[in-house]
Structure formats: C-alpha cells, structure tokens
Design a protein. Structure first.
Length: 346
C-alpha cells in the first residue's frame, strides 16, 4: 500500500516510476537501465549495501522511507550511504523537495565528474605533447664525439619543459664551436626559443656574422632576439671557438656563468663581460682568448650545476663547486660524479 501511494505521488510530479517487489528484481532493474533515484523501505538495508557496492549503481542516490518513530534506523541507513530519508505518511510538497534536492545533487555530481574527466584528459594530452616536445629537444642535441675533440655531456631535464640547450660543431678544419644557452623561465615558449637560437647558430643563419668570433655571434643573436619580440623572454649564453693549430680558445659570454678550464689541479674561470641576450640592442660583447694546455678539460655548464642548496639551507658557493670540479672533473666518470653531487644536495 505504501509503495502504491509513493509511486502515485511521484507520477503526479511528472516522474517516470518503476517498481520492484523484491531486492533481486530491484537490483536487476538498476543494473540493466539508467535510474536517477531509488526509494527503499526500512527493510531494504541489505539492498542498499548491494547498491553501494556495485560501481554501476553506487552513484544513484537512495532515499529511505521510514515510520516517524524510526529515526535511529534512518541514521543507520544514512551511515551506509543513503542520500536522505522520508517519514510516512508522505507529504507531496516535502516529497518533491527531497526528490528535487537529490536529483540536483546527482546532476551536479555528474557534471563535476565530466568536468574532472575533461580536465584529466586535457592534462594527459598536454603531458603527452610536452613529453613529445622534450623528446624533440633532446633529439637535436649532438651525440658525444671522439674527434676532433673528445666531448661528452650530461643532460637531465626537470619535470617541466625548460629552456636549456647546447651544441657544438666544426666551422672549418681549424675552428670548432661550443655553445650553451639558457632561456629564462620554463615551458613550451622557453623551449621553442632555445631550439630556435641553437638552430640559428648551428646552421650559420645569422647574416653578416663571423662565426669564428664569439662576440660577433653574441651581438648578432642579441639583434635577432630582442625581448620585446620574444614576449619578454631573454637568454644567457656561453660561446667558445677552439682553434686547433694554436690550441687556443676564444670565448664570449652573454650573462652566462663562466665555463671551467681544468688542467691537473688548476682551474680557470672563462668569463667575459656581456649583457643577457635580447635586453639592449646596442649591447657590446667581448671576446677573450686563453691557451688550452694539453690534456685539459673544458666544462661548459648551466647554473643548475651549482645553484643548489647546501645543508644549511643556503646556496652552494661557486668556489665550492669549482673545488669539487678540480678534484673530480678530469676523472673518467667526472660528469657522473658531478650529477651525483648535485642530486645529493637537492
């Protein structure tokens, strides 16, 4: 009798109603069709548990019908996952209010779930695109070589796409170029700028530039990449040209950390004055020259190699980094030791 009254009241409110006389029938209906709301009597506790235990029926809100003196029992149902309860005898206005509240809550939950799924899908797609971009950046890095110079490198990107890139190539039979740049910030824009700049150096696509002169290359890059045309981004760069016959290295810097030339227990910081690339169109850059002793090792690095926190929470001084490199840099696994030293302090 209560079931018939409830069904009639719900139909009078314009709702489509399906009834089941036992738990087995009810569960079969719920699993085979889409329902927005379920009513259970006070004897339906086990049915409620089965509804909440199945992934298809779990999201459906369940309302419990109870006698006025069965509040403790209603609480028991609510603790098991019921959405709300309604005391008998049923009042049409109160019934409508409870039904509409439950349906609106379900609709909001479904909308939130769809939004979350859309966000997750977008994040997966973006992560895939970023991973592809990272693979591309890595693919343009030159392979380690043995001739005419022995060159090896260590590249460990962060969780974000960054603006660090480097390269080296022969200009002619006597001159060999080595360069590393670091675009400010992170993300796709920084990575695109670094790749573009590296490709321009590598391809010699800077007009009227003597690529055997580091200061000339830096000046040309400074004119080619003004900050106002790069969304406010700039980059630093170290650029060197090794002259094989004379064993001399010409180098210039645009706001970049010094390279280290290590020979035995001695080290030299290779640095020259120069503004960051793109800041001022009339910036001047200098080319410095130094001899390269036989057996020496040149380390060209980004600031991530030494801008790390020490045990006291402060930044590692460049002098500490330089001392470590003097001791370990020329060993066969010098780069590996540097990488482990940096990771240990992160």
């Amino acid at each position: 009798r209560d079931l018939e009254i409830l069904a009639k009241l719900l139909e009078n409110q314009g709702l489509e109603v399906h009834t089941a006389l036992d738990a087995t029938h009810a569960l079969e209906l719920l699993k085979s069709s889409d329902f927005d709301l379920v009513f259970l009597g006070s004897e339906g506790y086990e049915t409620l548990l089965k509804i909440k235990d199945h992934p298809r029926t779990n999201p459906i809100p369940v309302l419990i019908t109870t006698a006025p003196d069965q509040l403790d029992e209603a609480v028991h149902f609510l603790e098991a996952g019921a959405e709300d309860y309604l005391s008998k005898p049923f009042h049409a206005v109160l019934l409508r209010a409870r039904v509409m509240a439950s349906l609106e809550k379900k609709a909001l939950g479904e909308a939130g779930l769809r939004h979350l799924q859309a966000v997750e899908e977008t994040q997966r797609r973006l992560q895939g695109e970023l991973s592809e971009a990272a693979r591309y950046v890595r693919s343009i890095l030159p392979e380690p070589i043995e001739h005419p110079l022995q060159i090896d490198w260590k590249y460990s990107p962060s969780s974000e796409l960054g603006g660090d890139a480097f390269g080296y190539h022969s200009i002619d039979e006597e001159h060999f170029a080595i360069y590393l740049l670091d675009v400010c910030g992170h993300g796709v824009a920084a990575s695109l700028l670094s790749v573009t700049a590296i490709n321009m150096i590598r391809s010699g696509a800077l007009p009227n530039t003597d690529f055997r002169d580091p200061s000339a290359v830096l000046a040309a890059l400074n004119l080619a990449f003004p900050m106002e045309r790069q969304n406010g981004m700039y980059f630093t760069i170290w650029h060197g040209i090794y002259h094989t016959p004379s064993r001399t290295l010409r180098h210039g810097s645009g706001g970049h950390p010094p390279a280290l030339l290590i020979s035995g227990s001695e080290s030299s910081r290779l640095h020259s004055p120069g503004m960051i690339i793109g800041a001022m169109p009339d910036s001047r850059f200098e080319t410095h020259t130094c001899p390269v002793p036989e057996g020496a090792t040149l380390f060209v690095l980004c600031d991530g190699c030494y801008e790390i926190q020490n045990a006291g929470g402060g930044m590692v001084a460049f002098e500490e980094f330089e001392a470590f490199m003097r001791q370990n840099g020329q060993e066969p696994n010098g780069l590996g030791k540097l990488f482990a030293w940096v990771k240990k302090r992160q």
